[in-house]
Design a protein around this ligand. Structure first.
Ligand code: GLV
Length: 334
């Protein structure tokens, strides 16, 4: 090692970054390639609130996940050095953007790198629901006697003219549409936050009311905003086609779970697949108790390479801001 590369000056970290949760192994290893920066790395599980505030104090940057509430109290505790908070998620409803702006802190998220994985998971849920895969798996595991029969576990013919309604035709919604078209589904879309044309890549753009009335499966891909909270409620569920299915890989708060349970119990909806929950990580026991519900623990983006890309993008955003460059993917609300 040369004298200069071994000098105290080169070895002394000049910036410090708090990473609230363990990132993927490969991205954690890559942190060594940033010698001027020290990383204070948390653990697998979310930090307790007091620990989050304490470890963020005095840091130049924080890498957080959707389990951390980043609000006025957080920014005050972190103090004036904090320049950037990088969320390892495309959603950013855990972050108070107004508070970030007041404290002059840049907020970044991870758009674009998880569209395919999230759309794959959504489609897996559509198929699991429609073809009753989880129910059938449970049935086999119960070890009961069975024999093939024409009425056994009959479900939705996904690729024989079923209609998919996508609410939220952003990047993820479009990736879901692409998969649905490959399955010869009729695809309808409505959006809550942006005007759409009349036909986007073979997707028929309709009003939300038309979509709800015509779709065999409705899938949600909107961010959680004040305007989308309980977008699916007693009234909108009543507009859905009798016997339809609901899929939610967006955010739990977009669906009024109580109203969903009522719609399942009345038989108005045939089933639902839920990846995100209103009281996450708590899952309403009434959802767990229902046969016609498929549940996954907020894992829609959990592809191996996808999670690497999400973690790497969060780190790259922090490095860019600390180096005085523009962040790669700042959160934009416009
Ligand atoms: C996951 O839910 C994300 O927002 O990326």
């Amino acid at each position: 090692m040369t004298a200069s590369s071994n000098s105290v000056e080169n070895m002394t970290p000049t910036r410090s970054v708090y990473i609230a949760r363990l990132l993927t192994d490969s991205v954690t290893r890559e942190l060594d390639s940033h010698p001027g920066i020290s990383f204070d790395i948390g653990q697998e599980t979310p930090p307790a609130r007091a620990e989050l505030l304490e470890r963020a104090a005095g840091k130049d940057a924080a890498i957080v996940t959707l389990t951390e509430r980043i609000d006025e109290e957080f920014f005050t505790a972190a103090g004036p050095n904090l320049k950037v908070v990088a969320n390892v998620a495309v959603g950013f409803d855990n972050i108070d953007l107004d508070a970030a702006a007041r404290h002059g802190v840049t907020v970044t998220n991870t758009p674009g790198v998880l569209d395919g994985a999230t759309a794959d998971h959504t489609f897996a849920l559509i198929l699991a629901l429609g073809r009753r895969i989880v129910e059938a798996d449970r049935f086999i595991r119960e070890g009961k006697d069975w024999v093939w029969g024409p009425r056994m576990f009959v479900g939705l013919d996904v690729s024989a003219g079923a209609t998919l309604g996508i609410i939220g035709l952003g990047r993820i919604g479009r990736a879901v549409a692409q998969r649905a078209r490959a399955f010869d589904m009729r695809v309808l879309a409505a959006d809550t936050t942006r005007p759409l044309g009349t036909d986007v890549d073979g997707v028929e753009v309709v009003t939300q009311r038309e979509l709800l009335a015509a779709s065999d499966v409705v899938t949600l891909h909107v961010p959680l905003l004040p305007s989308t909270r309980h977008l699916i409620n007693r009234d909108t569920l009543a507009l859905m086609k009798p016997g339809a299915y609901l899929v939610n890989c967006a955010r739990g708060g977009v669906v009024d779970e109580r109203a969903l349970i009522e719609a399942l119990d009345s038989g108005h909806l045939r089933g639902a697949a839920i990846d995100t929950f209103e009281g996450e990580p708590r899952v309403n026991p009434e959802l767990i108790a229902r046969e016609q519900v498929v549940l996954t623990p907020h894992t829609a983006s959990a592809g191996e390479a996808t999670r690497d890309r999400m973690c790497r993008l969060a780190v790259d955003n922090v490095i860019a801001v600390l180096a005085g460059r523009e962040p790669l993917t700042p959160v934009t609300t416009g």
